[in-house]
Design a protein around this ligand. Structure first.
Ligand code: SAM
Length: 280
């Protein structure tokens, strides 16, 4: 019987199961098991956690997570061609890996997971940002997960950790940093993947804070931030005009100059503005 340590190399798995990468599914595979183990380690001690992995593909990161001691992994994969390869990993780690065939945007993973839960994934670029925003914007906080350890295109990773005043600063930075600690923990060149993408990638680690950094109603804050950055070159008194007839006064009350642009305004001020608007 196979064990995790004597499963075949990933290049052989890919050849044996005919897993030629499909662009439409955002398939850029990691075949170096030292690298996938390093990514798994960025998620911390997983021995007492269930892990949700989106898009396991041929299972390089899945193997890393199991080898690094994850208690249990739930892997959600859209491409049916990958299922036999993932089944082989499940057999080599009895009772520790469940594979669900389906679209991560449609499936409710909670039915298959026991807290505490961490999410670790080399995300498909076409749904990565949408999944992140969903994980960051549940109605209640703390969320169902303790941490997210996610591979993105480097440019997206930089938008998650960006500070005010930088070009990358915007909605993603504010949503992430309002309720999480977020940092880039690894960067990877295109050559780390098969096939190599056009751009570099980075792993971001986000830890859910017990409570948001500043109070605000999530729906109001999301709306304010979306409007403010939708027209990021405009002064806020113009970009946010549709929110309230007296928007200039409300900006001033939140400590924001009405002539400021969204990219210079910090999280604390956006939260103050959202609170003011929620009061009516
Ligand atoms: N984790 C593997 C690795 O690191 O080698 C593969 C990563 S690859 C960037 C993204 C994976 O997500 C592919 O296996 C792809 O089939 C899968 N995928 C794409 N869209 C998906 C979706 N909506 N739901 C679940 N999996 C998806």
């Amino acid at each position: 019987m196979s064990t995790l340590a004597n499963l075949p190399p990933l290049s052989r798995v890919i050849a044996a199961h005919g897993l030629s990468a499909r662009k439409s599914l955002g398939q850029n595979f990691l075949l170096d098991l030292n690298l996938t183990a390093r990514i798994a380690r960025q998620a911390g001690d997983l021995s007492a956690c269930d892990v949700l992995e989106i898009g396991p593909g041929p299972g390089g990161l899945t193997r890393g997570l199991l080898m690094e001691g994850a208690r249990h992994v739930l892997a959600v994969e859209k491409d049916a061609r990958c299922l036999p390869a993932l089944q082989e990993i499940a057999e080599a780690a009895p009772g520790r890996l469940d594979v669900v065939h389906g679209d991560a945007l449609e499936i409710d993973p909670l039915a298959h997971l026991t807290p505490p839960i961490r999410i670790v994934a080399n995300l498909p670029y076409n749904v990565g940002t949408e999944l992140l925003i969903r994980w960051l914007t549940p109605p209640d906080w703390p969320p169902f997960w303790q941490s997210l350890t996610l591979m993105f295109q480097r440019e997206v990773a930089e938008r998650i950790v960006a500070a005010p005043g930088s070009k990358a600063y915007g909605r993603l930075a504010l949503l992430a940093q309002w309720r999480c600690d977020a940092r880039i923990v690894m960067t990877l060149p295109p050559g780390a993947f098969t096939p190599p993408p056009k751009v570099s990638s980075a792993v971001v680690h986000l830890t859910a804070l017990p409570a948001p950094r500043y109070p605000a109603d999530p729906r109001v804050l999301e709306r304010v931030v979306a409007m403010a950055f939708n027209q990021r070159r405009k002064m806020l008194r113009a970009a946010l005009r549709g929110l309230a007839p007296d928007i200039e006064d409300r900006l001033l009350a939140a400590g924001i100059k009405p002539t400021d642009r969204a990219e210079t305004v910090g999280l604390e001020q956006f939260c103050a503005l959202a609170r003011g608007l929620a009061e009516g």
